[in-house]
Design a protein around this ligand. Structure first.
Ligand SMILES: *Cc1c(COP(=O)(O)O)cnc(C)c1O
Length: 419
């Protein structure tokens, strides 16, 4: 048994925590545990590891960068890996998303986006400090990001009184909710609306269509409010296209992280349109954006991200995601008839079996027993495998889900609701 006496683990009641599993290596879609067991990773290390573990192209790029320049401060100095990555992201992203601000985690990318939105208005002489966010949305664990996360997601019960000002809306899927969103956005002092496009991840892997995003874009335009898309989970192919934001609903500010480096190193980006950027360029020093993470644009992380983008160009990643979606749909469908199952759905490389009660976390040990690594949470059991997974390994994952869900009728509810 591993001794974790000096560690404080994420989302964990430490007094009652089951011992975490020690991992010693990983390759492709498999984790190797200290006791020699292997687990197929069905959730890509929190949705990051899109090319599988240890892809040689990324390893080589990071190793070469390690020799040349592992890190350098990013104020007054700049380097080719960051320049190249920023140019590539701007070229790949839809619309006029052109200015890339790097940071080192998704939550910080969201903080940067929120600060950018507030200061955008301030630089234009308007005081707007409120945000509109959506039911079941999740945007990170730092205080600003938490503030625009739906309290119903269970991430911040203890911090309920400590938030930047925000208003929550239902996603505008029909005339009633569109009118409600319109009403909210017409209130004074709103800087931006923030949404996860197509899939709300940590809030329960809930899907919505492009028309819903178009409705948000149209409502933001009608009220002159900025739109922020949090593509930290959906970016880089997870929903079947490179980005989930459709061309008809391009945000003013977009956040990226998780799969940006192919899961290899921590890196995030907040990308602004030329219009947002223009509000920070003036004769006045105080119009500058005052943010600068110490490890901003770390060269190793940028090299990994550039190598990851190479792989989207040279290997058939999006076709693999299309094939994964079809297989998930086919092989999870039988769960629909099981007792306690209320929905089965898939989009891109995300497959979900939703239960009628929050028992999912109690099912975790059963998956390890079957040689797979999954972290069901709340009322969902979900798969988000690396895109390089082959049909046989994916079959092992879907079979495990069907078997464990079938046996779950007797499980007691479970307190843990986080991913
Ligand atoms: C994971 C996630 C974040 C937070 O990213 P961290 O790197 O964990 O800080 C924010 N938004 C979404 C949609 C995410 O999935």
């Amino acid at each position: 048994m591993v001794c974790i006496d000096s560690l404080w683990l994420p989302y964990t009641q430490m007094a009652a925590a089951p011992a975490p599993l020690p991992v010693v290596a990983a390759s492709g879609v498999r984790l190797r545990l200290a006791d020699g067991r292997e687990l197929i990773d069905g959730i890509s290390s929190w949705w990051t590891m899109c090319h599988g573990y240890g892809h040689p192209h990324i390893r080589q790029a990071v190793a070469a960068q390690l020799e040349a320049l592992p890190h350098v401060m990013f104020a007054g100095l700049v380097h080719e890996p960051a320049l190249k990555l920023a140019r590539r992201l701007a070229a790949l992203l839809p619309g006029h998303l052109e200015r890339v601000f790097f940071s080192e985690s998704g939550s910080v990318a969201v903080e940067v986006a929120l600060k950018m939105a507030v200061q955008y208005w301030q630089n234009r002489g308007e005081n707007r400090c409120k945000f509109v966010a959506f039911k079941d949305g999740y945007h990170g664990d730092t205080l600003g990001a938490l503030s625009v996360t739906d309290p119903g997601c269970g991430f911040h019960d203890a911090l309920a009184g400590y938030r930047v000002p925000q208003l929550f809306a239902g996603l505008p899927r029909d005339a009633t909710s569109r009118a409600a969103l319109d009403e909210l956005l017409s209130q004074p002092g709103i800087a931006a609306a923030i949404v996860e496009p197509r899939v709300q991840g940590a809030g329960g892997m809930r899907f919505h269509d492009a028309a819903t995003l178009q409705a948000i874009r149209a409502a933001c335009d009608a009220h002159g409010v900025l739109m922020i898309c949090d593509e930290i989970m959906t970016g880089f192919g997870r929903t079947g296209s490179l980005f989930a934001s459709p061309p008809e609903a391009v945000p003013d500010i977009l956040c990226l992280s998780k799969a940006l480096t192919g899961g290899t190193l921590p890196l995030a980006a907040t990308v602004a349109t030329d219009r947002v950027f223009a509000a920070f360029c003036s004769e006045r020093a105080e119009d500058a954006f005052m943010h600068g993470p110490t490890f901003m644009a770390n060269p190793l992380a940028c090299a990994a991200a550039n190598a990851s983008l190479d792989l989207f160009e040279t290997e058939p990643r999006l076709q693999q995601v299309t094939a994964i979606e079809a297989q998930l749909q086919r092989e999870l469908e039988p769960c629909r008839g099981l007792p306690g199952v209320v929905d089965v759905r898939a989009i891109g490389a995300i497959g979900v079996v939703q239960l009628d009660r929050p028992v999912a976390a109690s099912l975790r040990p059963a998956f390890v027993e079957r040689g797979v690594w999954l972290r069901p949470f709340g009322d969902i059991v979900y798969l988000a495998p690396p895109f390089v997974i082959d049909a046989a390994d994916l079959r092992t994952l879907t079979t495990a889900v069907c078997e464990v869900v079938a046996a779950s009728a007797t499980q007691a509810p479970c307190e843990i609701s986080t991913p």
